[in-house]
Design a protein around this ligand. Structure first.
Ligand SMILES: Cc1cc2nc3c(=O)[nH]c(=O)nc-3n(C[C@H](O)[C@H](O)[C@H](O)COP(=O)(O)OP(=O)(O)OC[C@H]3O[C@@H](n4cnc5c(N)ncnc54)[C@H](O)[C@@H]3O)c2cc1C
Length: 587
């Protein structure tokens, strides 16, 4: 693949904002918009008629007519090139489709999402022309359904620890082992499988395309799950499965990189789904709050209920801004969007979970009852925080990826420092001055960069405060990053609580940047302040809240009780439970 262009957020970690993309928010106005709207409306009409989530949940299966309908609507071939019979959607159109489908049913959304976002994505991103010609047509129609098989019983987050074995034997490999919790596994004929082979005496991961007809492929029973019950989740077993060498994806040994590349892009689909889920519960709440009476009023007239509805709306707006700004980065070429996609997944899945929780609260006791459907949405919505990279792992990923460049700059400064210390004949005093010089050069470079962000100009005149907030958020992110590097050095890898805070600052900074970008576009291109008063207010509300959270996290990076956290957890581990129970205390 060609070398990737710079990442928006990596720049921000380094206190550099590339404001050109911010001045051009990617509103939906491409030439294909009309065609997309037609397809969108027909999918929506079909889902309104056919989707029955309560029944799917109860029977724990999508009926054959639904799978057939998905095939007929072209929903298995959304991203596949037209040449192979697909719709050739770009990331934006694909994400919008998942957003729509998840307004109706999460199991349906996951079936088409796992097929395209991860199941066949390896072939899409890394496949040769011959490999694509062989499999894409069948994958486009849904004649073959795809699954992504990485996780194993002893390797979830720690994917590099997989044990499935691949042995090269002439013109084929022999694969043996099992894969756990594979979405679509019960329906799939095409699996992107990761297994370990020995290359030059070292164990390395290789990615394979395995089809059921190769022999030795079987699966266990459907898992009994909290939610997404009609989405197939099974264990997959490979026993002496013969996979031709031409079914290797990319180069032998590149499997880990390929798996991460697939997951990077797949995460945006989950963000789209999360947005659909917020929209769906917001719709439920808007109706319910106006119908339900308490104390002689509609509950929607109560301030606390209004705050919940406003916060759900704010989450939808923020997530929509982040997700489609990022989708556009993907569509614009070889941008490195790995941090941005991870931010969208983490924020989106947590915002959706929070929105469903608020929706349940607004519905009171009715929300808890099966008939209202919210308990199912709550069960269905929980998985987003766990799979395709848990949100903890992704927070570490966001922070550590963002820290790479500032850490390298600091290491450079420290290297200079060490080379100065190597000269024993230097006068002590000179040595000390030199040390200060090198470190202050590091600091000076940072100040110089911060001057750049303070001059963030060119946004709509009504957005002065908001652009100042973006400049300030960026500066806080960069200074927090350098503070952590200076304080902990290499030991920073172990400071997960601090890294989590840094990731949270990055998430909120990206939110401010993308919401500012969107509202700037709205004000400058869609009729000014008067016409867009309410939207301007909402954007300001989101930006203000995000900045307040950033200040809070930055404060906690400087002053915290992390040692108490560690000791308290240690006490729980030691006691195998609650260590401070009144009941157990002896006097
Ligand atoms: C319904 C469902 C569908 C799935 N579909 C697929 C699929 O299609 N294909 C596939 O390959 N996999 C699939 N998975 C697996 C999923 O991706 C994993 O469950 C996920 O990666 C987490 O791994 P784990 O469950 O082993 O948790 P663990 O890795 O055991 O993690 C447990 C907890 O520890 C935390 N943790 C782990 N390591 C660290 C660390 N270094 N620092 C801090 N915290 C850490 C985690 O965040 C989590 O909170 C699916 C799982 C489910 C439940």
């Amino acid at each position: 693949m060609s070398e990737q262009k710079s990442s928006f957020m990596k720049g921000v970690f380094n206190n550099e904002i590339s404001d050109e993309p911010l001045k051009n928010f990617p509103f939906f106005r491409s030439k294909s918009e009309e065609d997309f709207k037609m397809m969108h409306d027909s999918i929506k009409g079909w889902l309104e008629e056919s989707s029955d989530s309560a029944a799917f949940d109860e029977t724990k299966k999508l009926p054959e007519e639904i799978i057939q309908g998905l095939k007929e609507m072209g929903l298995f071939g959304l991203i596949i090139p037209e040449a192979f019979g697909g719709s050739e959607f770009n990331q934006t159109l694909y994400t919008r489709t998942l957003q729509l489908v998840n307004q109706f049913d999460t199991s349906i959304c996951l079936t088409i999402g796992a097929h395209q976002s991860i199941g066949l994505k390896g072939l899409y991103l890394y496949g040769t022309d011959e490999q694509k010609a062989k499999y894409m047509p069948k994958l486009a129609t849904g004649e073959m359904i795809a699954a992504f098989a990485l996780t194993e019983p002893s390797a979830g987050s720690d994917a590099a620890g997989i044990k499935m074995k691949a042995e090269r034997k002439g013109d084929h490999y022999v694969l043996n082992g099992s894969k756990l919790w594979i979405t679509n596994g019960g329906l799939a004929d095409f699996f992107t499988v990761f297994a370990k082979e020995t290359i030059d005496g070292k164990e390395k991961i290789t990615a394979f395309m395995v089809t059921r007809d190769m022999g030795g492929v079987s699966h266990g029973p459907e898992e009994q799950k909290l939610g997404i019950r009609a989405s197939s989740t099974v264990e997959i077993y490979l026993k002496d499965t013969k996979v031709p060498v031409e079914n290797v994806l990319g180069q032998p040994g590149d499997g880990f990189k390929i798996a991460m590349g697939i997951l990077n892009q797949g995460r945006l689909g989950l963000a789209g789904g999360a947005l659909g889920s917020i929209e769906s519960v917001l719709k439920d709440c808007a109706t319910y709050a106006q119908d339900r009476k308490a104390f002689g009023k509609n509950i929607g007239q109560f301030g606390i209920i209004q705050e919940m509805v406003a916060d759900m709306t704010a989450s939808a707006y923020a997530l929509e801004s982040m997700t489609y700004f990022t989708s556009h980065l993907v569509d614009s070429g070889d941008f490195d969007y790995s941090i941005e996609a991870a931010i969208c997944k983490v924020y989106g899945t947590e915002a959706a979970w929070e929105a469903i929780n608020l929706a349940m609260q607004i519905h009171g006791g009715n929300g808890y009852m099966v008939d209202y459907g919210l308990e199912r949405k709550l069960r269905d919505g929980r998985i987003g925080i766990i799979f395709e990279g848990t949100n903890e792992i992704l927070r570490l990923f966001i922070a550590l990826t963002g820290l790479k460049e500032p850490a390298t700059a600091f290491k450079g400064a420290m290297k200079n420092l060490q080379s100065i210390q190597k000269f024993p004949d230097l006068e002590n005093i000179n040595n000390a001055i030199s040390k200060i010089g090198v470190l202050s050069e590091f600091a000076f470079n940072e100040v110089k960069k911060s001057v750049v962000t303070e001059k963030l100009t060119g946004f709509h005149e009504e957005l002065q405060k908001e652009s100042e907030r973006l400049a300030s958020a960026t500066k806080i992110l960069a200074t927090s990053a350098s503070r952590l590097i200076r304080t902990y050095g290499k030991g920073l890898m172990e400071e997960q609580i601090q890294l989590g805070r840094l990731a949270n600052i990055a998430i909120d900074t990206y939110m401010i940047a993308t919401v500012l970008s969107r509202i700037h576009g709205v004000l400058t291109e869609r009729g000014g302040v008067e016409k867009n008063k309410d939207e301007l207010e909402l954007a300001r509300y989101i930006i203000r809240n995000a900045k307040a959270r950033i200040n809070h996290h930055a404060h906690n990076i400087r002053v915290n009780r992390d040692d108490t956290i560690q000791k308290t957890a240690a006490a729980a581990f030691d006691k195998s439970g609650y260590a401070f129970s009144l009941h157990d205390q002896k006097w």
